[in-house]
Design a protein around this ligand. Structure first.
Ligand SMILES: Cc1cc2nc3c(=O)[nH]c(=O)nc-3n(C[C@H](O)[C@H](O)[C@H](O)COP(=O)(O)OP(=O)(O)OC[C@H]3O[C@@H](n4cnc5c(N)ncnc54)[C@H](O)[C@@H]3O)c2cc1C
Length: 293
């Protein structure tokens, strides 16, 4: 492994990225100095770097609804094919540059087992906000355009068979890290962890990965419910036995799961959403293992 290259002052965009490129450099330097203490996988070659941006081309765009799209990316120059890898739940940072400013934002890479034969490195789901700078830029990207990414970063590690159940509560694009985690656990025949997902959306059109979740239901250790907060939804549009509730997620769902013995809770959504459900879980006398993404 080569020593990490120290970033230059101008590599930092001064917009408070988490993690900052200089923090990543310090961490990698530390790892490099302690090389022998670490296992090989930390150093396997990756087609994306934590320290410098790599160019990726937009390979495909899929419109989900007026505010959400899926974008698939392929590495621009990859003559010697090097896999782009990350741990389930990690995020990448995209670089946005305009004449006026430069900044970065976090997005969650996904590639499920069902995509293994497809020719792209990773995809993201993007929700555009009305006055959102980077989300509008990404939403309007077209096939062939090139953008810069660095990563992976993250704190979540799948620990096979450590927990009896993993209970996930997601809101909107917050499903992104959970799709990779679910895919990874159910694909591991030796992992006996049960996964329960509660997925909160506004309307049925906004439900990301609706077909994939329906198919994942076939695994013995995965179950889910989708909650639609817009009560005017058409209830006839469902698949056979599709677990969709036409109401907001209610704490009664959690009460029905009690007792919580050896469970892990994962929450992903807006800060307000995560705060609300973290409090709900604590109110149900559980505080041991709650992770906010
Ligand atoms: C670890 C991590 C992973 C992420 N993964 C994804 C992902 O996979 N897909 C994805 O679409 N986004 C993801 N995000 C959010 C993403 O990084 C941006 O924050 C988001 O796209 C908005 O950026 P923007 O530049 O468009 O908005 P900004 O220009 O930064 O904000 C403009 C306005 O948009 C609104 N806004 C921005 N963000 C939110 C929000 N989260 N909830 C409610 N209102 C908001 C606010 O009104 C804000 O004032 C992730 C964030 C983190 C921290």
């Amino acid at each position: 492994m080569k020593p990490p290259v120290e970033p230059r002052e101008e590599d930092c965009c001064n917009s408070g990225c988490n993690p900052c490129i200089f923090d990543v450099y310090q961490r990698q330097l530390e790892r490099y100095k302690n090389l022998n203490k670490y296992s090989d996988h930390l150093y396997k070659q990756n087609g994306i770097s934590e320290l410098e941006y790599t160019a990726f081309v937009v390979k495909e765009t899929i419109k989900i609804c007026d505010t959400q799209k899926i974008l698939k990316f392929k590495k621009k120059n990859n003559e010697e094919y090097i896999k782009v890898w990350w741990n389930p739940g990690d995020h990448f940072l995209v670089k946005y540059t305009s004449k006026k400013s430069s900044c970065s934002r976090a997005y969650t890479p996904i590639k499920l087992k069902i995509h293994s034969n497809e020719d792209f490195n990773f995809m993201i789901v993007i929700k555009k906000y009305n006055d959102g700078l980077v989300s509008n830029y990404l939403y309007n990207l077209e096939i062939g355009e090139v953008i810069l990414w660095r990563g992976p970063y993250g704190h979540y590690k799948i620990e096979s068979n450590k927990y009896k159940r993993i209970i996930m509560i997601a809101q909107g694009t917050g499903i992104a890290p959970f799709m990779s985690i679910i895919d990874n656990i159910v694909s591991n025949e030796d992992d006996m962890t049960k996964i329960i997902l509660y997925f909160c959306c506004r309307t049925i059109d906004e439900v990301l990965f609706r077909n994939e979740l329906y198919d994942l239901k076939a695994y013995w250790n995965f179950s889910y419910k989708i909650f639609l907060s817009n009560s005017l939804e058409n209830k006839n549009n469902l698949k056979y036995n599709e677990p969709i509730c036409f109401s907001k997620f209610d704490r009664k769902e959690l009460q029905d799961l009690k007792p919580f013995v050896n469970n892990q809770f994962l929450l992903c959504g807006s800060q307000q959403f995560m705060n609300e459900y973290e409090k709900t879980i604590r109110d149900e006398n559980y505080s041991e293992n709650i992770i906010l993404f």
